[in-house]
Design a protein around this ligand. Structure first.
Ligand SMILES: [Zn+2]
Length: 85
């Protein structure tokens, strides 16, 4: 009896590209973070704006912290009147 290796690979691939969508890398996360947080603050569907971001943030505490600080920064910016004229 032999195990069909290709079947295992298919299952592994299905897990990697599973229903949650592809998870992005830290580099992509960093590039898309503003868009993601801005979408969140705008009440838009941030997960649809940057697919894979949420999955990445759940698994990567470093990027999750970046998101927290950017979020706080944008919120405090927003609370202030910066029209400045
Ligand atoms: Zn990351």
């Amino acid at each position: 009896m032999s195990t069909p290796a290709s079947h295992d690979q298919e299952r592994l691939l299905a897990r990697l590209t599973g229903p949650l969508g592809p998870e992005i890398s830290c580099e992509e996360c960093f590039e898309q973070l503003d868009r993601y947080v801005e979408a969140e603050l705008a009440g838009a569907d941030a997960d649809a704006t940057v697919p894979g971001m949420r999955a990445h943030l759940e698994g990567c505490s470093a990027c999750a912290e970046d998101r927290e600080s950017l979020h706080a920064l944008l919120v405090s910016d927003d609370g202030r009147d910066v029209s400045g004229a």
